[in-house]
Every structure is written in C-alpha cells, then in structure tokens.
Design a protein around this ligand. Sequence first.
Ligand code: AMP
Length: 280
Amino acid sequence: MEVITEINEMRARVLSAKDRKRSIGLVPTMGVLHDGHISLIRSARKENDEVVVSIYLNPTQFDNNDDFDKYPRQLNKDIDVIRKENADVVFAPCTEEMYPEGFCTNVTDDRLSDTMCGRVRPGHFNGVSTIVTKLFNIIQPDLAYFGQKDYQQSAIIKRLVTDMNMEIDIRVCPTVREEDGLALSSRNGRLSPEERQDALCIHGSLLKAREMFASNIRDAKEIIGEMTSVIKDAEYTKIDYISIVNADTLEDLSLINGKALAAVAVWIGNTRLIDNTILE
Ligand code: AMP
C-alpha cells in the first residue's frame, strides 16, 4: 500500500491506473478510523480494482475553531488499519497542498444545506462540497463511498456530482452502530462514561420516531415532541435540532406523506453528535 501526501504524485498514480483501465473507488475520511469507515473501505474493496482512502482533516468545514483543535488525530494508526483492509493508496495531503496561498474558490449549494446541520453550522457544507470536489478532481474515482450517518452530506454530494456533470457514482452505506445503538463516530471517544450513557438517548429518540411511524402517526410535530422528551430525559444533553424532512429534498415536513428522514443533532456535554433514520 502506498501513502501519498502530494497531489502531483497522487495524479500520477491515478493516470497509471486509468491507463491500465483499472477502476478507482474513493473513501474520503477525516481520520481516526472506526468500524463505520472500515465498512466503507470494505464496500469499496469489493467493487473496485483500486481503493484510495483519503485522510484529511479539512479546516474549512469546521465552523468552530475549538472543535477543529479538539478533533482527534492518529495518522499512523489509521494507516495501519487501512493497510489491513487491503486498500491500495492512502492519500493524506497537508493543508499547504490543499489550500495554497491565494485559494479563493468555493463550491456551494443553494438549497440542500439550508436545513438541519447547514442551518446550525454556517459554512460547514461549503467546506465539505469544496474539499470533496477537490478530492474528486485529483483522484477521479468511478465510485465514492459515504455513510448514511451524515445523510445531509451524502445528499449534497449526490446533487453536486449530478449538477456538475461528474461521472462518479455515489454509494451511501448503512450506519454502523455499537451494540447498544450508538452510531460510531470519531467524536465518541471524547465522551465521559456518564455522557456515553446519556448519548444513548440519540438512538432512543430515533427508535421512538420509528415506533410512532409504525403505528401510523404521520404528524411531524407530534413525533418531534416525543423525540424531544426522550432526549431531554438524559442529563447532559442540549438539542441542536430535531428535524423530520423529505428524504430527497430535505425540506421540513409537517405531515409525512412519502419517504422521510428523522434527523437529530445533540450536544452531549461538549461533544456534538448526529444521527438519523429513514421513515418509510
Ligand atoms: P468522517 O471521517 O467523520 O468525515 O467520515 C468519513 C465517512 O465515514 C463519511 O462518509 C461518514 O458518513 C462515514 N461514517 C462516519 N461514521 C459512520 C458510521 N457510524 N457508519 C457508517 N459510516 C460512517
């Protein structure tokens, strides 16, 4: 497995793969890999000749410097994990490579980032769309893999490749969870034992939404009300948002009348966690 840190070298590797008609699968990550990331790498391994895993902690998608500073980093350990998964390349560029002096172009969307995380994290999805566009341009994958845990992100990326005529298939892989239901996240390691226990209310609130939906309740306000109670019952929580939206357009719904998404973002102490479930 090669570890590449320079864009020119990555491009040369891509050219050589393309010359040999080898398909490329890309798994973009910010590092501190867990079983969620690994599931994406395994899916990529099954479907592509070459698997590239990028590790880049993208500063422009952090709306909060403290969150960026506190975000965990463990490059060498991540490289070992990826090697065990038989990937071909780790692309781990530095910020001077990705945002050289004079950088001033951003990719933004006009609609999908208006709700949910986009509403409470200004600029976040511009950062995501910009870095993903750069990675797509450098690596030119045939397929790229994202997790359902970041549902809004994958919806925005799907729209981005359609709108910008990029010939890349976007695969959205299921959320991997701990046995007790907590979605795996690189941020979970920051939780104290008490907060870790409290964090279960996130999955609990989604189960509540599913249960109500299964018993034919379609009023979004009513479901959100019950989800709110589940989260408020936990001690260290502060709700950032609870939304029920159209699963395609991400527009807020008052009445569920098609495929919908229940999504939550909750502060557990100083750690913000997100999760979601499809209602259909
Ligand atoms: P991140 O390193 O947090 O930017 O995540 C990189 C990719 O892994 C994104 O596409 C995430 O949606 C995905 N991912 C993160 N957590 C999980 C999880 N628990 N299950 C599946 N995919 C995940």
